[in-house]
Structures are given as structure tokens and as C-alpha cells.
Design a protein around this ligand. Structure first.
Ligand code: S3P
Length: 166
């Protein structure tokens, strides 16, 4: 099985779907944000605050570049990762399939209500950021699954079905 990288907007369900997919394929799953937090010993929120977004983006790139050299992973990417061509290139060069979890924006908004852990939510209009990113997610991905409020297992099943046909 090739490596799989899940992309999509904050709150689309990447982490829970990655767990379900990794159980199905018997692959290890890694959440790149969690990996960065563990490596740096600080939360993403703190990193943005102390060192700025560019520092986070460099750490994110380093994480993706080194993780995707391991073939058999299911990666849950951060919501902004595929905005950067260098990340998409690293994934594709290492034969990763990129899957876009295209969750309904109203569902995403209700999931993100009251969230204080994601720095970009404090400074951006969610709708505008989502509209800006939608075509980026679409063009970076090999397959897309359209979701409403399905649970992670259901979304994983939808992805598995699509991958069988791909
Ligand atoms: C970000 C999404 C976050 C995290 C960081 C930046 C983004 O990940 O990487 O706060 O640019 O959309 P999640 O998508 O897991 O929330």
C-alpha cells in the first residue's frame, strides 16, 4: 500500500479518519501537528505566538519531508499544508496519495465553534479562508471524498472504496 496523506480544512476530520484508515490497512498513522508539537516541545498555538507562522510552516515542511520518506504511513496533515507546493511535491515525490476530505463548511464551522487552539481561527474569517483554500485542496489531491457529518469510520470506508476504484 502506498502512503496516504489526508488534507482538508481545519475540523474536516483528518485525525479521526487517519486512525480508522490505519486500522484498516494496518499502517501506522501520524498527525503531523502532533508530531511537530512533540518534537518542538510546545503547542502549535505557542509556536505561532512566540515564533510566528513562518517558523511553524518550516517545521511543518521538515516534518512532512522526513515522514513521507517512510512509505507505509497514513498522515493527517495540518489544514494549511498543501497550500505550500514544497509539501505537495515532497508527498508526490515519495509516491503518497493525497486525499481531500471535503467536509461541508457548515459542519466544519459548528465543529470549530469556540476553538481556541488553532491560531488561524483567531485572526481569519473562516468562510474566506475556506473559499481561498478549496481549489488548492482540489488541485493537490488524487481523490476527494465529500462529507457532511459522517463519523471517521464511515469516511474511511468511503476513501477505501474510492481507492479500490482508483
Ligand atoms: C492550520 C491547521 C492546523 C494547524 C495549524 C495551521 C491551517 O491543523 O496545522 O494551526 O493552516 O489550517 P488542523 O487542520 O489539524 O486543525
Amino acid at each position: 500500500m502506498r502512503g496516504i496523506a489526508l488534507c482538508g480544512f481545519m475540523g474536516c476530520g483528518k485525525t479521526t479518519v487517519a486512525k480508522a484508515l490505519s486500522a484498516h490497512y494496518e499502517l501506522k498513522h501520524i498527525d503531523t501537528d502532533k508530531y511537530i508539537e512533540e518534537k518542538s516541545g510546545m503547542s502549535i498555538k505557542e509556536m505561532f505566538k512566540r515564533f510566528g507562522e513562518d517558523c511553524f510552516r518550516d517545521k511543518e515542511h521538515d516534518a512532512i519531508k522526513s515522514l513521507c520518506k517512510e512509505r507505509d504511513l497514513v498522515l493527517a496533515l495540518g489544514g494549511g499544508a498543501v497550500q505550500f507546493e514544497r509539501n505537495v511535491r515532497a508527498l508526490k515525490d515519495n509516491d503518497y496519495m493525497i486525499v481531500f476530505i471535503d467536509t461541508d463548511i457548515d459542519v466544519i464551522k459548528s465543529r470549530l465553534t469556540g476553538d481556541t487552539t488553532r491560531p488561524l481561527l483567531q485572526t481569519n474569517d473562516i468562510d474566506a479562508l475556506y473559499q481561498h483554500r478549496l481549489p488548492i485542496y482540489e488541485s493537490a489531491s488524487d481523490i476527494t471524498v465529500k462529507c457532511k457529518n459522517e463519523d471517521g469510520l464511515k469516511v474511511a470506508t468511503m476513501i477505501i472504496d474510492k481507492l479500490k476504484k482508483a
